[in-house]
Design a binder for this molecule. Structure first.
Ligand code: SAM
Ligand code: SF4
Length: 333
């Protein structure tokens, strides 16, 4: 599938729940959070059907996210069933990591069960290595569990484990070098993410925004000038740099400051309540679940998905006085 700006769509990011065991302020602002009623959340069968149809339209990569996807029961066999869909050859999961080392379903650790179910890439969110900051940012004292989860994923044999670290001035700029060293020690790819204006108006402001460019300068001063790696790519919009002398690669996801951020976008998002979103940073969303539940045929759903792709914007609206209207946790990061 190709949109009207030449973006080739091959990647579907699927939120399977809006629930989470953490409370990150930038994702789930502190006002009362009401979870979606169960019947408004897509069933695994409904998601499976969408992925099968999407695979026939050229989607080959999927990533399971949330909320915290590991809080939803039955996730392992569900992922196994997605991995078996012909045409799907890349299955990733984004998680806060805190449940990865815990036993799940058959008693093995979640990390091991996911590995066996066909997941080939695990992204763990980790913004800080300070227990105090971790608790302040996530609302939960789970730093040790998150690190245990990262270790569990590494030990099980995933070759693609990444750490995603949201940049927050006043909270994490003192942690940058430690995070880089931690990633090197664990042999994990670290990516720094600029805070985006999602969830609520208070999430991003001039005081807490820490741009990737500034972080690159700080890392260059500490470790030597970073060298851009234009040929190094993962599935998303990250730009990668090598750190001379450290044999280490660092990624930067700069939705706010990288003016080329949207050029190679290959993604659609499916929210857990069945809305298809052509872009995270646009309010456009289309109710696929309503079509499914009103009896649409596979061909009708295919046409619906194609129409959504044609409505994909050229670029996100984040730099254009974007006013958040859905929490990140309800969209799926
Ligand atoms: N619970 C999982 C996790 O934390 O990785 C998956 C869902 S979470 C919404 C996915 C990603 O979105 C996380 O890496 C999180 O840091 C990121 N995220 C959430 N709110 C954000 C914001 N306002 N700006 C930038 N990234 C954000
Ligand atoms: Fe939960 Fe992930 Fe959102 Fe944090 S970023 S509240 S861990 S869904």
């Amino acid at each position: 599938m190709q949109d009207q700006y030449g973006h080739l769509i091959s990647y579907l990011r699927i939120s399977i729940t809006d629930r989470c065991n953490e409370r990150c302020a930038y994702c789930m602002p502190s006002e009362f959070q009401e979870w979606l009623p169960r019947d408004q959340v897509m069933s695994y069968e409904e998601i499976h059907r969408v992925v099968s149809i999407a695979s026939e339209l050229g989607v080959s990569k999927i990533r399971i996210t949330g909320g915290e996807p590991l809080t939803r029961k039955g996730i392992v066999s569900f992922i196994q069933s997605l991995s078996n869909i012909s045409g799907i050859n890349d299955v990733g999961i984004s998680t806060n990591g805190t449940l990865l080392s815990k036993p799940i379903d058959d008693g093995s650790s979640a990390a091991e069960a996911l590995f066996k179910a066909g997941v080939n890439s695990v992204n763990v969110s980790l913004d800080t290595l300070s227990a105090e900051q971790y608790t302040a940012i996530t609302g939960r004292p789970f730093l040790a569990k998150a690190i245990e989860g990262i270790d569990a994923a590494r030990n099980v044999g995933f070759d693609k484990v990444k750490i995603n670290s949201v940049l927050m001035r006043g909270r994490t700029e003192n942690e940058l070098f430690d995070l880089v060293k931690f990633a090197k020690k664990k042999d994990i790819l670290l990516r720094f993410i600029e805070m985006m204006p999602v969830s609520s108006k208070d999430v991003l402001n001039d005081l807490n925004f820490l741009p990737c460019g500034e972080v690159m300068n700080l890392l260059s001063q500490e470790f030597g000038r970073l060298k851009p790696l234009s040929d190094f790519k993962t599935n998303g919009p990250a730009s990668y740099y090598s750190i001379p002398g450290r044999d280490q690669i660092i990624g930067f996801i700069g939705a706010m400051t990288n003016l080329k951020f949207c050029e190679s976008c290959n993604k659609l998002r499916l929210t857990c309540d069945g809305k298809l979103r052509p872009c995270l940073g646009s309010h456009l969303e289309f109710d696929l679940l309503k079509e499914i539940r009103s009896g649409a045929t596979n061909d009708e759903l295919k046409n619906f998905i194609r129409e959504v792709v044609l409505r994909k914007p050229k670029a996100h609206d984040f730099r254009d006085n974007y006013q958040p209207d859905r929490k990140m946790i309800a969209i799926g990061g």
